[in-house]
Design a protein around this ligand. Structure first.
Ligand code: UTP
Length: 288
């Protein structure tokens, strides 16, 4: 069955980005000239997704404003011959027709995904964590995962090979090799101690799930941090259906914290035709 819908989990508090995230949703912080949520929408659209479901919460209405039409601004730009400035976001809106579901309490990522149950219905779907930005010069990360989904017929989770000392910040898979970059998920552990981790493959923010994940999340009790963990729901799903981990091709940045955002900004500025040469010159002049 085709994956048509993507859920973007964007209801969290974003505490690692306080105080900035107190009044600006983390997902609306700019990476260069686009907010983080724009990159998730663009990756979804470039991967063939037809409909976006954004999980939001109180105080985050600016995400819906971003993907809405803005007739007065559009008219002003039109009059000055500068409509191209909004063309990309308008195309995303028209292509993805974003819908919004409120997560009334921030009870964890698993709970956020479960909030999308009615909007998704009984079909496979993708999940994005918008602060994981993945830059790939081959195909978008989600498009790569969709190939794995079609070939192996099971849920797919993106993973990255990580230094052992970083594993306590991640969900980690217990893998069984299947093909190049693809392993079958035998089990999952949320935030293991380095010595207890079943592998060095940490989960990053792209997933494709069969709809049975919702029943598994219903049965998931609050775990680490008192939150309903997506990883715990996935562990239940992996017991009843095939689930695969895929080591995507590309570079991933955790823009949910200031240093990660800075690294992503520098890398992407150096790839942008309109700023790379000026920025490179400026960088050379810095005492590094
Ligand atoms: P994070 O673990 O980054 O949590 O969630 P957070 O609240 O955004 O940020 P920190 O850790 O406090 O700095 C990963 C993704 O899941 C969403 C977040 O918005 C983020 O995109 N999320 C998390 C929800 O939608 N609801 C939740 O209850 C928790």
């Amino acid at each position: 069955m085709k994956v048509r819908k993507a859920v973007v989990a964007a209801a969290g508090f974003g505490t690692r980005f306080l105080p900035a995230s107190k009044s600006v949703p983390k997902e609306m912080l700019a990476l260069l000239d686009r907010p983080l949520i724009h990159y998730a929408a663009a990756e979804a659209a470039a991967s063939g997704i037809e409909h976006l479901i954004i999980i939001t919460s109180r105080g985050k209405e600016s995400m819906a404003d971003y993907f809405d039409r803005a007739p007065d601004l559009e008219a002003a730009l039109e009059a000055k011959g500068r409509s191209h400035l909004l063309a990309e976001v308008r195309e995303l809106y028209e292509r993805l027709q974003p819908a919004y579901v409120r997560q009334h309490e921030q009870l964890g990522l698993g709970h956020a995904v479960l909030s999308a149950r009615k909007a998704v219905g009984d079909e496979p779907f993708a999940v994005f964590l918008p602060d994981d930005i993945i830059v790939s010069d081959r195909k978008p990360a989600l498009a790569q995962m969709l190939e794995v989904f079609e070939k192996h017929q099971g849920s797919v989770v993106a993973v990255q090979s990580l230094p052992r000392e970083d594993l306590p910040s991640y969900g980690v898979v217990d893998p069984e090799p299947v093909a190049d970059r693809v392993t079958r998920v035998k089990g999952l552990v949320e935030k293991p101690k380095p010595e207890d981790a079943p592998s060095n493959l940490g989960i990053v923010g792209r997933y494709i799930f069969t709809p049975e994940i919702f029943d598994c999340l219903e049965r998931t009790q609050p775990g680490s941090g008192g939150e309903i963990q997506l990883t715990d729901g996935m562990a239940l799903l992996a017991q009843q259906q095939p689930m695969f981990a895929y080591e995507f091709e590309g570079t991933r940045f955790d823009t949910g914290n200031p240093l990660g955002m800075l690294k992503a900004t520098v890398t992407m500025a150096l790839q942008r035709d309109d700023m790379a040469s000026d920025f490179r010159e400026w960088l050379k002049g810095q005492a590094l």
